[in-house]
Structure formats: structure tokens, C-alpha cells
Design a protein around this ligand. Structure first.
Ligand code: UN1
Length: 477
């Protein structure tokens, strides 16, 4: 079996490899992937530092060409890369191919952005002085990504980092090195100079730790758990380093009496259960007003009965497995917690057996939940959602906002008044009307409020806020 190595200073290196296991079929090893040592991580940071002066002054046409070529190759190989992604992460093949396509679109977008870099020239308040406001790259940027979007999240951090002239040390989640390796390979062959992008697959406790402690990283962008995000923040403050965090969600989806029931059920089922509920934008709190509650619960239960949970690569699968045994245990533990807190398990929650050995869990829907229960307050990160009944829109809004997190929020309603009010008054970074809380566009800002996020938005033109630093220049004459 081939061994996939780390890329450090333009060389493929390392020989201590571990298996990348398919969660739909634990007998299937996707490949052997090298795990970086602490020394490897230090070399990667040194290589990125050495490459920065040249890359940061490279011509925009060179950067444009590399990002364009990368977009083209990812798109041309979307079926093969989608299969790799579905195999290592467990999301169903159509979702995986969709995610690969999204990664290509992100590289395409930032290829275009290299040709649109601008600054401002403004008069000084003093005579005979000119002022220029320019954006410069940060330096070496550390990129730490989670397992649930193995290609899209690396793409939406690496593409802007390179576009704006930074060099990169990239640590993908230990569970999904395959998609990360594939995009680094593509970027490398597209012509990136050595050291500009370094791949350090491996453990957070080894590789991540070296990154957190390095004085040479000018920025870290992180997507993952709230607890790790806090550690990134504290270490970054220690080193005067810029940081950007995307963390948990406990996203509400409100369903009002006047909602179109079909739209509400489609949006809620997608939000809560697609991608096996393993999205930080997933909705696990379905906040439903009394007049539609019983009809909504009945229709959701019917919908859930039709959802086919099976091997991610099998045609007709609608929900793939949970990512690994640890996450499966977390999900089933929360299902027990929900029951013991007094919520009623209206559907699902059984661990399932399929033709291939994997981590299959039937989507679970609780009813009679309150917003104070742990299942309503803590991020589960699995196919588990609860219905919280409320009397009217005002109570729904209060419950929706009563959470320490604030990534995305949705409402199903036919009322312009409530839709408009909710968009204004939701305490989330992204608000969806008659749409799922997850599944976002690639060209507009992404991010949350409260404990969900820290720092500037990701994606679209707003990505420049994190990946560049503003300089103000004054000239006499
Ligand atoms: C999406 O919903 O389209 O980890 C993207 C996550 C998010 C990405 C969600 N950072 O789930």
C-alpha cells in the first residue's frame, strides 16, 4: 500500500505512517498517511519563514496562475476526489462531490482576487502630504482544519492565504489526511515554490502544539472545537499573533404556525441530519410554535422514516456513517442524556448494522425538550435534534438567542414581518429564511458571533481582513 508523505520545504518526507480508515467499512484502509513529528513541524515553520520574502513579493500573475490551475485540476477530478472524501470521512458521495466542486470554486474565486488587489490613496489633513493605505500579507500562517469538511475548509483557508501572499503551514485533522494530501499535491504540481505551502499531517498534541508555541507564526486560522479554539486563542495572545477561530454551533431553526410545512420539514431535515449532522452549521434545536407543532413532528417523523442510512459510497444512501467510534459514543451518550433529562425520543437513535462494518446511527429526533436541557445547550455534532415547543414568535426568538453560541440560525415562515424581524434580531452570524441553517455559498462571508467565532469573517472578499494587515504610508511632496 502506498504511503502518503508530508510536504516540507518542497520535499515529500516521513515514513511513520498510520492507516486512514473508512467509517463506512472499517475493513477498508484508504491509505497509509505519515504523521509528522515535532521536529517535522519545526522544519515546516522554518521553511515557510524562509519562503516568505520571495513569495510575498511574487507577481500577482504567478499566484493567479497557480490558483487557477489548482481550481481546474480539482474540478476535472471531482468524481475521484469526491470518492476519496466520502471514503475517508463518510459523507455520502453526492455531498462529497459537491464539496470538492466547492473547493474548486473557492480556488477559482481567489485566483480572481489576486488580480483585484487594491489600496487607497487619500489626501493628508496636512498640506503637501500624500497618504497611501495598502494591505500586506501577514507572514507565515498556520492553518488547522477539522475532519467534517476535509477539502472545503482547507480550500477556504489555503486559497486566500496564498492569494494575499502568505506562506503556509497546514495541519489537517488527523482523521482525514487524504483530501488534504490531494490538494497539497495539486498545488505543489501547479508550481508553488518550495516552502510556500507545507503539509504537516499528524496529531494535534504534537504538530498543533508546536504551531501554537512557535513565535514564527504570524497568524493561525482554526476551525474546530470550542475547547481547542480557546487554546489557540490563549497561545496566540502570548505570541502577539493574529488568530481567527470558527468553533461550535447550537443553531436554532424556528418553525412558525404560518410556515409552509413542506419547506419547513425539508429545511429542518437537511439542517439537522444531512452530512450525518456533522456540521457546525447544523441545526439541533427545532423551535416550533404550538399551532403547527403536532403536524410538524408527524411530518418530520414520516420524513425520517424514509431516510436511508448506509455506506457513503452506495447509490441511494442519504445519510452516511458517523465519522468514528469516539463520535458514535458521544452521540449515543447524548441520546441517553436526553432521555434521562425527560425529553421524549420520538424517532431513531438506534445503532444500525449494514452490509459493511461501520459507525451507523439512525437519525434521532427528540420532542418535549426544553432549552435548558444539556441536549439543547451542548454541541452534539451528530444526527440528533430536539423539538422545543413555544407559544409564539416572541418566545421562539428568545429561545433561539438563549445560547452561548451564535453561528447560524434559520426560520421557516411565510410572514415578511417575522422573517425581517428575525434577520435583524437573531444573535447569529448567518441567518436563513426558509432555508437550511447549513450549506453556505463560497463567495460571501462565513462566520458567527458569541462563542462560535472570533476574528474577521472567512470567505469571499472579507477573507482579506484576516490574511492581510493594513499599512498607512505618508509621503511629503
Ligand atoms: C456549510 O454549512 O456549508 O465545520 C459549511 C463546519 C463549518 C462549515 C459549514 N465550518 O461545519
Amino acid at each position: 500500500m502506498s504511503i502518503y508523505q508530508n510536504l516540507i520545504a518542497g520535499e515529500w518526507v516521513g515514513d511513520e505512517a498510520s492507516p486512514n480508515i473508512n467509517p463506512s467499512n472499517t475493513d477498508d484502509v484508504v491509505g497509509m498517511y505519515v504523521r509528522a513529528s515535532a521536529d517535522d513541524a519545526k522544519h515546516a515553520i522554518a521553511a515557510a519563514k524562509a519562503a516568505f520574502p520571495t513569495w510575498s513579493r511574487s507577481g500577482i500573475l504567478e499566484r493567479h496562475a497557480i490558483l487557477r490551475k489548482t481550481a481546474d485540476e480539482i474540478l476535472a477530478r471531482k468524481d475521484e476526489l469526491g470518492e476519496l472524501l466520502a471514503r475517508e470521512e463518510g459523507k455520502i458521495l453526492p455531498e462529497a462531490i459537491g464539496e470538492v466542486t466547492r473547493a474548486a470554486q473557492i480556488f477559482d474565486f481567489f485566483a480572481g482576487e489576486t488580480l483585484r488587489l487594491t489600496g487607497e490613496v487619500v489626501p493628508s489633513v496636512r498640506p503637501n502630504i500624500g497618504v497611501e493605505i495598502t494591505r500586506e500579507p501577514l507572514g507565515v500562517v498556520g492553518i488547522i482544519t477539522p475532519w467534517n469538511f476535509p477539502i472545503a475548509i482547507p480550500a477556504w483557508k489555503i486559497a486566500p492565504a496564498l492569494c494575499y501572499g502568505n506562506t503556509v503551514v497546514f495541519k489537517p485533522a488527523d482523521l482525514v489526511p487524504g483530501s488534504a494530501w490531494a490538494i497539497v499535491d495539486i498545488l505543489h504540481r501547479a508550481g508553488l515554490p518550495k516552502g510556500v505551502l507545507n503539509l504537516v499531517m499528524g496529531r494535534g498534541s504534537v504538530v498543533g502544539q508546536v504551531m501554537l508555541e512557535s513565535p514564527d507564526l504570524a497568524g493561525i486560522t482554526f476551525t474546530g472545537s470550542t475547547s481547542t479554539g480557546k487554546r489557540v486563542a490563549l497561545a496566540s495572545i502570548e505570541h502577539n499573533r493574529k488568530f481567527q477561530l470558527e468553533m461550535g454551533g447550537k443553531n436554532p431553526m424556528i418553525v412558525l404556525d404560518d410556515a409552509d410545512l413542506n419547506i419547513a420539514v425539508e429545511a429542518a431535515a437537511n439542517s439537522a441530519f444531512f452530512s450525518t449532522g456533522q456540521r457546525c452549521t447544523a441545526s439541533s434545536r427545532l423551535i416550533v410554535t404550538a399551532g403547527i407543532h403536532d403536524r410538524f413532528v408527524a411530518a418530520m417523523t414520516e420524513k425520517l422514516k424514509t431516510l436511508n442510512v448506509d455506506n457513503a459510497l452506495k447509490a441511494g444512501s442519504q445519510i452516511g456513517p458517523v465519522v468514528d467510534d469516539k463520535q458514535l459514543r458521544q452521540d449515543t451518550d447524548y441520546i441517553e442524556i436526553g432521555k434521562s433529562e425527560g425529553a421524549r425520543l420520538a424517532f431513531g437513535g438506534e445503532v444500525l448494522r449494514r452490509d459493511t462494518p461501520g459507525f451507523y446511527l439512525q437519525p434521532a429526533l427528540f420532542t418535549e425538550a426544553t432549552n435548558q436541557m444539556r441536549i439543547s445547550r451542548e454541541e452534539i455534532f451528530g444526527p440528533v435534534a430536539s423539538v422545543i415547543q413555544v407559544k409564539d414568535y416572541d418566545e421562539a426568538l428568545a429561545v433561539a438567542n438563549d445560547t452561548p453560541l451564535g453561528l447560524s440560525a434559520g426560520i421557516a415562515t411565510t410572514s415578511l414581518k417575522y422573517a425581517t424581524h428575525f434577520k435583524r434580531n437573531s444573535e447569529a452570524g448567518m441567518v436563513m429564511v426558509n432555508l437550511p441553517t447549513a450549506g453556505v455559498d463560497f463567495h460571501v462571508p462565513f462566520g458567527g458571533r458569541k462563542a462560535s467565532s472570533f476574528g474577521p469573517r472567512e470567505q469571499g472578499r472579507h477573507a482579506a481582513e484576516f490574511f492581510t494587515i493594513v499599512k498607512t504610508g505618508y509621503t511629503l511632496g
